[in-house]
Design a protein around this ligand. Structure first.
Ligand code: 13P
Length: 340
């Protein structure tokens, strides 16, 4: 394993003022999002929309990486350039989602374990040859009074660690993503408890599999009350709970920590990341974003409404990326937001 190369890649993904944009939606998710806004989901419409994202002028100033889906890694822009090359020219590292989705965990109703380890060594070899510098694997953890079970936490942590080891063997930086799902009526305290448990299991398994944390990025959900919890909390409270759980459970040598947006609005995603940096606490790792919907949503809506508004939608997209770049350093302001 060439640790210094992995470390260099991981650091570039979370360089100061930068984060990651997730555009790795599966065909099924893409179909749901396009059709909700009245656009048919075909290979061609997906390609057109992904070109809008990949080739947005100036977005490289705010992004260290972009996570692609298998299809997108192989697609090209209208001018014939491979998307991977368009990204590299903008200084953005191409990443690839490699898990094959969350499937019901046997004997555990209401819980899913993420699959995709079979044949992964070969797939990573191909992705590396196609230009992928990093990868993503997402585990989903549902929260209730009794969930998650220990079996679910351990199965997902083990799979994440096996995946991460295979990535590092292939010279690809693993992004390990446990997502605590926002659906439910759990309290913020309960989310904190579960997140702590999941992170402990994950870092235990990563150590057991020999994964080098200096060449690993943690992607995680913020600590939030469930959507249906009657007690919602301020952005500052979210920031405090989240920074606390990370400082208590994420080893200092992890290359970087980034967040998913997970169903928060685009403004909440930005404000809460900014609030974490406003706490004035020293953090051992870069703390940034790896949003999908949190960055894409306004641009997606604009493009779906009026497909010819390609360049306008790109501007809206770059604006959201810039706002999150500012938030990743605690420099987000209302003035910057309104100066769109
Ligand atoms: P959202 O930010 O839309 O939750 O997606 C990020 C992601 O990549 C989830 O795996």
């Amino acid at each position: 394993m060439d640790l210094s190369a992995l470390q260099e890649t991981a650091r570039a993904m979370v360089a100061p003022g930068k984060g990651v944009l997730a555009i790795d939606e599966s065909h099924a998710t893409c179909k749901k999002r396009f059709e909700a806004l009245g656009v048919e989901c075909t290979e061609d419409t997906r390609r057109e929309y992904r070109e809008l994202l990949v080739a947005a002028p100036g977005i490289g100033q705010y992004l260290g990486g972009m996570i692609l889906f298998d299809e997108t890694l192989r697609q090209s822009a209208r001018d014939g350039r491979k998307f991977v090359d368009v990204l590299k020219a903008a200084g953005i590292l191409p990443g690839i989602k490699v898990d094959t989705g969350a499937k019901d965990l046997a004997l555990h109703a209401g819980e899913q374990v993420t699959e995709g380890l079979d044949g992964l060594r070969d797939r990573l070899g191909e992705y590396k040859a196609l230009g992928a510098a990093f990868a993503k694997w997402r585990a989903v953890i549902n929260i209730s009074d009794v969930l998650p079970s220990e079996a679910l936490v351990m199965a997902n942590a083990h799979a994440l660690a096996r995946y991460a080891a295979l990535c590092q063997e292939a010279g690809i930086v693993p992004m390990v993503e446990p997502e605590m799902i926002m659906e439910g009526s759990h309290s913020v305290e309960r989310c904190y408890e579960v997140t702590a448990r999941v992170l402990k299991a994950l870092f235990g398994q990563l150590a057991e599999q020999g994964v080098a944390l200096e060449g690993t990025i943690l992607k995680v959900s913020m600590v939030l009350p469930g959507k249906a919890c009657p007690v919602q909390v301020s952005d500052e409270e979210v920031a405090k709970w989240t920074v606390r759980v990370l400082k208590e459970n994420v080893p200092a040598n992890v290359a970087g920590v980034v967040f998913l947006s997970g169903g928060q609005s685009d403004s909440q995603s930005t404000l809460r990341l900014n609030a974490m940096h406003q706490l004035g606490e020293a953090l051992p790792w870069p703390l940034s974003f790896s949003y999908g919907r949190g960055i894409q949503q306004p641009a997606l809506e604009m493009w779906c409404k009026e497909r010819s508004a390609f360049e306008g939608a790109q501007k809206v997209l770059v604006h959201r990326a810039r706002m999150n770049g500012l938030a990743s350093e605690g420099k987000y302001t209302v003035e910057a937001e309104q100066g769109a």
